[in-house]
Design a protein around this ligand. Structure first.
Ligand code: SPV
Ligand code: MG
Length: 530
């Protein structure tokens, strides 16, 4: 059933349903997830969200642009607030046909003159359209529509301008005779007295829509005693909710001068990604991007939170609402690497283990990251990427590692390094003239590895970022199989590799693209990476 038919089906059910306001793609999606069966594309809300008045200040094509996003974002039928049809009968027909082309289910037009004013603002009697002219507009629209089930709702503004119930009933009959599929009767009273009077005086059995914005205290059970009341429109509540939420958060951040206290007041970034269907994109990447079945990955996530005030493994720290580990898994998978091993230690049960292999480092508290690597190295049967569990990085760095020139077969180990010494606890590589530095027009090689270097380290110094590719996995396994492995550091491994005659490739990254998270400051820096 398409959206046009769905809307018809709702109207024919002979029981009331709620239409919730939406004003853009995001709110349309949220309305759908909340469980509503249909959307009211409110003119007031759409114009308010665009920062203009509800006085036909936007053109109908600008409305269509918004509607296209809304219609794409959800599977719900949309009843569009078509105002007065954006002109005469001719303009209204064109609007209707464009809505049909977008796959919109229904349009509501109101019997006021163009340009209209919102019904809750002061409206004079002469704002009403001539009834015959409006009936002609309805007839033209019904004759112009190409899809038989498309719905045209005729909206009565008689009660809004004080023209009375008799005028409303007369107009309703005229518009229905002209072909309208339903009517919307509007009132700005604080009680439903107008609506009740109208329903008493009006005797045709057609679906009736109402908008209880002003008579919100009247129970739905009262409003729906008359079974012709079919569509109840909650007309502007999403945009009003946005306004309050945005004003609160702006005030908070402005007054605090920072965003620390804001975090708990707002949706995490991961919620945005979910609403944007990021998962779907990752699935498509798997399907359409080249894969790397010949490369595995090891994430070294055995460490605790370190000096950070956090009770879970550091890999589970959130950057912009996303756990570091999830970021790494996403980047790996979307880069075509699906054979992933995670080395766990501290609070191992908290590390997610779906679709990955796990290795447990029971000695995590007394060993270094290289011990975890040695446990993994015994199981690796092909080249593999190594990621420290606390490293946040841009995706292209992983691609650089994967695409490190294949013709450089002599390179056994590729390290991503940064030049600036912001990684205070990082390892320093001193480079000299024979090295292979990817992407740089130099010819340097690593000549030494030091854990800590005091003072000026010189321009030929780089720091290991926590990302590397072990190409010669057999040699690496050998180097990592030493008696004293439990007391060694990453620097010892790299030094060992050099001693064994392995050759290193180095990818120099800018510090904006990779952060090893050891402090709150690093966390903030990582937040800028996404
Ligand atoms: C809208 O939501 O734009 C409407 C309903 O037309 S009302 O604002 O009550 O006129
Ligand atoms: Mg409106």
């Amino acid at each position: 059933m398409n959206k046009i038919q769905k809307f018809r089906e709702l109207m024919n059910r002979k029981e009331h349903f709620f239409l919730m306001e939406a004003h853009d793609g995001l709110s349309a999606k949220i309305v759908e997830e909340a469980g509503f069966p249909a959307i009211w594309a409110s003119g007031l809300s759409i114009t308010a969200s665009l920062g203009v008045r509800d006085n036909n200040e936007i053109s109908y094509t600008q409305l269509l642009d918004v509607l296209e996003y809304m219609n794409d974002a959800s599977d719900l039928p949309i009843l569009v607030d078509g105002d007065t049809g954006y002109g005469n009968f001719n303009n209204a027909c064109r609007l209707l046909q464009k809505l049909e082309q977008l796959g919109i289910a229904a349009v509501c037009i109101e019997d006021k003159k163009f340009p209209k004013t919102n019904s809750f603002l002061e409206t004079k009697m002469d704002a009403l359209a001539d009834p015959q002219e409006f009936a002609g507009k309805i007839r033209a629209m019904k004759e112009a529509q190409r899809t038989p089930d498309f719905t045209v709702v005729a909206r009565l503004e008689s009660l809004i301008v004080g023209a009375g119930v008799d005028d409303a009933v007369k107009r309703a009959n005229l518009y229905l005779d002209a072909g309208a599929d339903a009517i919307l009767v509007h009132s700005k009273k604080a009680t439903s007295v107008d609506i009740d009077d109208f329903l008493r005086a009006f005797d045709r059995d057609v679906p009736v829509f109402i908008v209880p914005t002003k008579y919100y205290t009247v129970p739905v059970s009262h409003l729906t005693r008359d079974k012709r009341v079919r569509g109840i429109i909650w007309a502007n509540h999403n945009v009003r909710a946005c306004v309050t939420a945005m004003q609160d958060i702006c005030k908070r951040i402005y007054n605090d001068g920072c965003i620390t206290n804001a975090e708990d007041m707002i949706a995490p970034v991961s919620e945005l990604f979910r609403l944007q269907k990021n998962e779907e994109y990752l699935e498509m990447e798997k399907k359409y991007l080249p894969t790397h079945p010949d490369v595995s990955a090891v994430i070294l996530a055995a460490g605790g939170p370190g000096s950070l005030n956090f009770s879970a493994p550091k890999a589970l720290l959130k950057v912009n609402g996303q756990r570091i580990l999830d970021h790494q898994l996403n980047v790996l998978r979307s880069s075509g690497v699906s054979d992933i091993t995670i080395v766990r230690g501290y609070k191992r049960e908290e590390i997610p283990s779906e679709n990955v292999k796990v290795i447990d480092n029971d000695r995590w508290s007394e060993t270094n990251v290289i011990y975890s690597l040695s446990l993994a190295a015994q199981k690796m049967k092909q080249p593999y990427l190594v990621l420290y569990g606390d490293v946040f990085f841009k995706k292209y760095l992983l691609r650089s590692l994967l695409e490190y020139p294949a013709e450089r077969q002599d390179v056994d180990l590729v390290l991503v390094c940064v030049k600036e010494d912001y990684i205070k606890s990082g390892y320093v590589l001193k480079l000299n003239k024979k090295a292979d530095v990817f992407g740089e027009d130099t010819d340097l090689t690593v000549i030494g590895v030091h854990e800590e270097i005091a003072g000026d380290t010189g321009s030929d110094t780089v720091y290991f970022s926590g990302l590397m590719m072990i190409r010669n996995y057999e040699a690496a396994e050998r180097i990592l199989k030493v008696q004293n492995i439990a007391s060694l550091h990453m620097a010892d491994f790299i030094a060992g590799a050099l001693r064994e005659g392995l050759s290193l490739g180095v990818i120099i990254s800018s510090r904006e693209a990779v952060v090893d998270i050891n402090s709150l400051n690093d966390l903030m820096k990582a937040g800028e990476i996404v």
